[in-house]
Design a binder for this molecule. Sequence first.
Ligand code: NAD
Ligand code: ZN
Length: 367
Amino acid sequence: MSETISVHLGDRSYEVHTGPGLLARAGQLIAPFAQSGRAFVITDHNVREHHGNTLTGSLDAAHLKHVTFSLDPGEQTKSFHGLEPLLSALLQANIARNDLIVAFGGGVIGDLAGLAAGLIKRGVPFVQIPTTLLAQVDSSVGGKTAIDMPEGKNLVGLVNQPRAVIADTSVLATLPERERRAGYAEIVKAGLIADAEFYAWCESHAQAILACDQQALSHAVAHAIRFKAFVVEADEMEQGERALLNLGHTFAHALEAHGGYTGQLLHGEAVAAGIALAFKLSAQLGICPEADAKRVIAHLQSIGFITDLRQLPGAPFNVDKLMALIASDKKAAAGKLTFILARAIGRAFIERDAPADVVRELLQQET
Ligand code: NAD
Ligand code: ZN
């Protein structure tokens, strides 16, 4: 069930190892990137508690010296307030440019540790060992790293590619089901963008994925990683096609920002609601068959996502505020609304001139 996927970016490339049971072999897989023989593991308390021993055992087995920095879990750690003491701690531990940073956790740790790795001593190599479904299928591949600012999420960061990614699907067994479901939104997104057959497979295997069946999970994770790698290879700096990965995200970012990122709405939950809205908008514009939009919404609801904005955590949503947030989304270019729309399931495209009045009308019906 294990698979290795190569990601090629210009003259660099790296491997993503995925499948069950890989954490126990992580030391051996990452040793080639630790020239000094030293690994600096950055993690959070939850991940350390559940899986820290497996990782450190594997580092010992590979004869790597290691030190662990365990941070508070949660989005607030992905900030200057989290970055500065981390950089100090790494410096005080005498980190050198031939050491290896290991980002061991969800997207929060991956984004923060990846950024710290890019900044410290002008760059220390790092590897990603993602431990949430979202981080395995999305944030650990592609090289985006960032912290949040009071002005908004992910506004300060670097594109910094890891030397390797190890996505062990067995560690997802300890993840709360709600977090697994949120990660699933990014998996089903891959099918909805470009692969109707994979989407149909998702419909019939979603319950198995959520129940952590390793066969279904490893197939889904590998597929989503291959898809993300393919898109990122074509457009590392998001000049064009990489924007397709933002299906559902313009709405999702607005829904998340509307609530002020209190954490009551998980990113994947906002993405699921955003995907439902993107398909409704596509249908309303006459671009997508109504039946496809209905099918997508029925599937998302069947696995427990809330697609009705009136029921979503953070409701009631104010349409003017949502429209202002949509217009200010970093994906909105020069006064035009950019949306990822769909001609059908598996046929998403970038619309750079979406009619604001139809978007407003849709939001008015929905709120
Ligand atoms: P997270 O890192 O906050 O993890 C969610 C929770 O699960 C945390 O409490 C964590 O401690 C816990 N956890 C992690 N692994 C666990 C495990 N195996 N068992 C038990 N508990 C575990 O959240 P996330 O959803 O992984 O990541 C969200 C972040 O990712 C956001 O900051 C978002 O901006 C970022 N992100 C980045 C990219 C990118 O391309 N860089 C893409 C998508 C999202
Ligand atoms: Zn996302």
